[in-house]
Write a protein that binds this ligand. Structure first.
Ligand code: SF4
Ligand code: SF4
Length: 382
């Protein structure tokens, strides 16, 4: 019996994404998908603990799981380079204009190893991944290893060379001055042109929008501009206190009242932009849980909260593995099954959410494995 269907491909090189649209589907539509999924053709499959199995499907892009347990990362975020000349103040990487890049043979070997360990998809990023000199060979290497591959980019650089990726997302945190304040340079038009060019060359292209107190008020306008330019996926990301983004985090993060507005706003965007796939990242799960969004529907669609080290692994330029791109620790079982106090301990979303964003908890509380201090349920618990 199919337990969960995780739709789409990872549109981002830093955090996991979850499709929001499915939360509004009728039970009839969900049932029809489950029936259809029985005949979807697999690209690859892997056994899971307890006799289960996960299948990677290309048409439509999806991970189909039978059984309850997950036996390791299905998605890897692979850093190709630390080189990027842009000044984005919230970048989680702290790149340098002449930062180092991973030699192609090393990239190829990392892809082969990840594939042999059961990973189905790699999302590559930087720095600015478009600055990587052999991008076409990176795509070839992923496909040769049986992996699908996504790319995250600012849109500055050789967009025409980004061919063959299964998914490309361009960062677009706002328009005009909002973009400039968020990213430290006036680049919204350049990003929109990149989306247009990528869509014109046939890529599945989306926009990554980092939510901050500055970018949130104009989110609808940003989504509209991205969609008009050809984006079919909108991926919303929570700001994280990492890299260059650590110091300005407190002044830039979403205000608590904005976080509570996210779910109603998302619901209206899904309705308004029919045919566009909306995703929120793993770190936003508490903000949906606070509205009582159906946890069974989330489970059915393989929703991942803080599943770093379990569903996800990050690999930096030096080959070091961490649970996700925002933390500087080794993957461990403590992370995968944290023992959390109330209100997480008895929360209906614990298995999905896993205590909210550990990167935020570490920054604000000095401990990784404690309840996310920005979860509205944690705030209400006191
Ligand atoms: S710490 Fe957890 S919730 Fe935060 S970005 Fe990493 S995997 Fe996602
Ligand atoms: S109480 Fe804990 S488990 Fe529940 S939504 Fe908040 S952070 Fe997640």
């Amino acid at each position: 019996m199919i337990r969960s269907i995780r739709l789409g491909r990872a549109p981002n090189c830093s955090s996991l994404g979850n499709v929001v649209n499915v939360l509004a589907w009728s039970q009839v539509a969900v049932g029809a998908l489950w029936v259809a999924a029985e005949s979807w053709r697999s690209r690859r499959s892997r056994p899971e603990p307890g006799g289960g199995e996960t299948r990677a499907v290309d048409e439509p892009p999806a991970l189909v799981r039978r059984g309850e347990k997950n036996g390791g990362p299905h998605e890897a975020h692979v850093q190709l380079t630390r080189a990027c000349p842009l000044p984005c103040p919230s970048c989680h990487v702290s790149p340098e204009a002449k930062g180092e890049s991973v030699p192609l043979p090393v990239v190829e070997a990392r892809f082969r190893e990840l594939s042999s360990q059961g990973v189905f998809h790699v999302a590559v990023g930087g720095g600015e991944a478009l600055a990587y000199p052999e991008l076409a060979r990176v795509v070839e290497a992923a496909h040769a290893a049986g992996l699908s591959i996504g790319l995250t980019t600012s849109g500055r650089g050789r967009v025409d060379t980004a061919r063959g990726f299964d998914q490309i997302n361009v960062s677009l945190d706002g328009l005009g001055e909002v973009y400039e304040r968020a990213r430290g340079y006036d680049g919204a038009q350049e990003a929109l042109h990149a989306i247009q060019r990528l869509a014109a060359q046939g890529a599945r292209v989306g926009a990554n929008i980092v939510l901050s107190r500055d970018t949130f008020p104009s989110l609808r306008d940003t989504v509209n501009a991205a969609v008009q330019s050809g984006a079919r996926d909108i991926h919303l990301l929570r700001l994280k206190p990492a890299g260059r983004g650590t110091e300005p985090y407190l002044s830039r993060r979403l205000a608590p009242e904005q976080a509570l507005q996210l779910w109603p706003l998302l619901s209206s965007l899904v309705e308004e932009f029919a045919g566009v796939s909306f995703r929120v990242d793993c770190a936003m799960t508490p903000w949906l849980a606070a509205h009582g969004v159906d946890p069974e529907r989330m489970r059915a669609f393989g929703w991942t909260g803080c599943h770093g080290g379990d569903a996800l692994v990050a690999v930096d330029v030096n080959g070091r593995r961490t649970p996700c791109s925002f933390v500087d620790v080794e993957p461990s079982s403590d992370w995968i099954s944290p023992r959390l106090p109330e209100p997480c301990a008895s929360c209906d979303y614990l298995d999905i959410c896993r205590g909210g964003c550990h990167a935020v908890a570490q920054h604000l509380r000095g401990e990784l494995l404690v309840p996310d201090p920005e979860c509205p349920l944690v705030i209400a618990h006191g």
